[in-house]
Design a protein around this ligand. Structure first.
Ligand code: ADP
Ligand code: ADP
Ligand code: MG
Length: 668
């Protein structure tokens, strides 16, 4: 077994690998770029090596620097994590040539499977069912159009070297191909340094189901069942689970057998994932094989009890797998939510910045309304850290395990309530909304889920009756604490605290009578009900308010606002005002503020760089025409005119950095 391993990665996956190494008594070396000098992984590693500037192309992607770091520290093996050099066959070969063990599959397996075009050819030959399409490189837009028309629309244009949802575009028409082909090619070149593109049939409303495989260097390959990753935005996974609510035992075995056959055909000798798109009728087609550890591997670990990083290390060290297919079984249900630095209220666009507050739920066992659940949170950040523009905007991976799917969903919902982040946009309210949706709970999902359920984007959810009660009670309790504090400053000159209030949650106003010290009782005067708030854990200044309403424990995020409080429970956020009956009357008579008219403005939807400004002052623009192209986190965003008009002013040009909401173009 190795005594020292170098981790050629960063963030949560570097931390994840360190944890397993520590348990196995293996020393770790972490390499880091300028941006990561103060990171958690660097803090946790036994040794560290600085490998260059922040852009990955000058640090994490430079094989020479990784190899030199191994030699300098005497690391015998390299774990590449995912992304970066993890699926780079020549890097794996280079390690072998230098006498360093690559903790991943052999280079032959990577080159056979690590490229989408090559792997499809291979899978086809091995008798695996594939998506119909043109399995080969495409020279130019003219050929792309010709091929798309042969396959029949809709088609998917894909970068052969693509990954993480980048370098993919659906085309419904000839025009989509004409625009999309060069765009995907440019994105592929920029992100992967490889602009080979192919086109395949776009399967509508499919599910993404993948099989985890594991092999050793002695010819043994098993599968560790499936994960379903259908909840995606921009073809990128956000919520994953294991097992899949779609599969029955026969389909599971059929998919598992195909995945194992494919893996065996390339002498696969590590952890890997065979991805399929599946129809609602349980038909399935091979998509690609990821020859590395997958981001969402924790859900598989939670249902099998195996540590995949440990298995990869053991297999790389030449150990024989200690179990066979017959020893493996599925235990319970696990869900993963990817907590991203992105703004769900603005089409999930990346949001960079500092984690001014970062307070995750406690890991381990928790009591829940339907029995217990287990929380796991894989993160590579601490409070105060920065999510930079240089790398993936993932903050952490929050997992919940429970004996059944519904209990796991409920556990995840509670864990999301208990996760507090400030300082940048984050998708926790969105993830919580999904956990509360009947369709998600029923398991009838597809990769269109987000488009289907949030056609106009995400705007939070309207509070349910239960949430209205929570928001009302919390508002009343907070007001009571502030009032008590004010009275204490008055040195006993103030009279008894007022008991009767009107609590306004958005437009809903309710008359209440509040009493109690410590525990708070809120009598709903119009409804004849009483809300009792116990186990209150909050004091002024704290952004998180924990308590139980009746016998239900909950957590809300609270912030003082101009008038009252902003309170969020899961996806329901409201301005809560606690008013005296007299001011409630006056309040009713106030005219509502009109939102500013922004219909004539084109605003920057995210912080980024203007790649090109495609309009000039005085130009007549038609709806749908390209106004400008923005780039952030390697993603290009085409901003189009939302209606016909004449350009009155252009406020940015190619090369300009812009902030979110900056006015780029004004129409007359
Ligand atoms: P990546 O390497 O970025 O993960 P994939 O080929 O795995 O690329 O595709 C990413 C996602 O795009 C899949 O999970 C699936 O949801 C969707 N997808 C890919 N190919 C197709 C297809 N032919 N039809 C429908 N959806 C697809
Ligand atoms: P798929 O490749 O099918 O989308 P994943 O969701 O596991 O499956 O995607 C992982 C890919 O996304 C990696 O290959 C990598 O390019 C990128 N990626 C995702 N998260 C990170 C991260 N935290 N650090 C580096 N790369 C990441
Ligand atoms: Mg994929």
């Amino acid at each position: 077994m190795f005594t020292k391993i170098l981790i050629a990665n960063r963030g949560e996956i570097a931390v994840r690998v360190i944890k397993t190494c520590r348990r196995l008594g293996i020393k770790t070396v972490v390499v880091y770029s300028d941006a990561d000098a103060g990171s958690l992984a660097v803090e946790m590693a036994d040794e560290t090596v600085h490998i260059g500037a922040s852009p990955a192309a000058q640090s994490y992607l430079v094989a020479d620097k990784i190899i030199a770091a191994c030699k300098q520290t005497g690391a015998q093996a390299v774990h590449p994590g995912f992304g970066f050099l993890s699926e780079n066959a020549s890097f794996a070969q280079r390690c072998a040539d230098e006498g360093i063990v690559f903790i991943g599959p052999n280079p032959g397996a990577i080159s056979a499977m690590g490229d989408k075009i090559e792997s499809k050819k291979f899978a086809q030959a091995a008798g695996v069912s594939c998506v119909p399409g043109h399995i080969g490189e495409i020279a130019d837009t003219t050929e792309a159009v010709k091929i798309s028309e042969e396959i029949g629309y809709p088609v998917m244009i894909k970068a052969s070297a693509g990954g993480g949802g980048k370098g993919i575009r659906v085309a419904w028409t000839r025009q989509d191909v004409e625009e999309g082909f060069p765009a995907v090619r440019a994105e592929a070149k920029a992100s992967f340094g490889d602009d080979r593109i192919f086109i395949e049939k776009f399967i509508e409303s499919p599910r993404h189901i993948e099989i985890q495989v594991l092999g050793d260097k002695h010819g043994n390959v098993v599968h560790l069942f499936e994960r379903e990753c259908s909840i995606q935005r921009r073809n990128q996974k956000v919520i994953e689970e294991a097992p899949s609510p779609l599969l029955d035992e026969a389909t599971r075995q059929a998919m598992g057998a195909q995945a194992v056959a494919l893996a065996k055909a390339v002498n696969y000798d590590s952890a890997g994932t065979v991805e399929f798109v599946a129809g609602q009728d349980k038909s399935f087609f091979f998509l690609e094989m990821n020859t590395r550890l997958q981001v969402e591997h924790p859900v598989t670990e939670l249902i099998t009890g195996l540590d995949l990083v440990e298995q990869m290390i053991r297999s790389a060290a030449g150990e024989k797998m200690a179990f066979g297919q017959g020893d493996l079984k599925i235990n319970g249900w696990a869900i993963e939510s990817r907590i991203y630095a992105e703004d769900p209220y603005r089409k999930f666009l990346p949001s960079i910045g500092r984690l001014v507050r970062y307070d995750p739920p406690e890991e381990g066992e928790h009591d829940g309304p339907h029995g217990g659940y287990i929380v796991r949170n894989d993160a590579g950040v601490r409070e105060g850290d920065e999510i930079s523009m240089f790398y993936d905007p993932m903050i952490s991976k929050l997992c919940a395990w429970a004996p059944t799917r519904l209990a796991a969903i409920d556990g995840m919902g509670r864990a999301l309530e208990d996760f507090h982040i400030e300082g940048l946009g984050q998708n926790i309210p969105f993830l919580a909304a999904v956990m509360d949706q009947e369709r998600f709970r029923s398991g009838k999902i597809s990769t269109n889920y987000i488009k289907d359920e949030f056609p106009d984007g995400f705007a939070g959810t309207r509070p349910t009756a239960e949430q209205l009660d929570i928001l009302t009670a919390v508002g009343a309790a907070m007001q009571r604490v502030y009032a008590a504090r004010a009275r204490s400053y008055a040195n006993g000159l103030a009279g008894a605290p007022r008991a009767e209030w009107v609590v306004a949650v958005g437009h809903t106003k309710r008359r209440v009578k509040v009493s109690g010290e410590g525990d708070v009782t809120v009598e709903m005067l119009d409804e004849g009900r009483v809300l009792s708030l116990t186990d209150i854990d909050w004091r002024p200044g704290k952004p998180v308010f924990r308590a139980a309403l009746g016998d239900k424990a909950f957590t809300v995020q609270v912030a003082p606002a101009a008038e009252g409080f902003d309170i969020r429970h899961r996806a329901a956020k409201a301005r809560v005002l606690v008013l005296t009956p007299r001011s409630a009357d006056l309040h009713d008579k106030l005219p509502e503020k009109q939102a500013a008219d922004t219909s004539k403005l084109v605003l920057s939807p995210m912080p980024g760089l203007v790649v090109s400004m495609d309009v000039t002052t005085g130009q007549q623009v038609r709806e749908g025409e390209v106004v400008c192209v923005l780039e952030a986190m390697k993603m290009q965003n085409i901003i189009r005119a939302e209606r016909d008009g004449v350009v009155k002013a252009v406020n940015a040009k190619g090369g300009d950095p812009v902030a979110a909401d900056e006015v780029l173009v004004e129409f007359a």
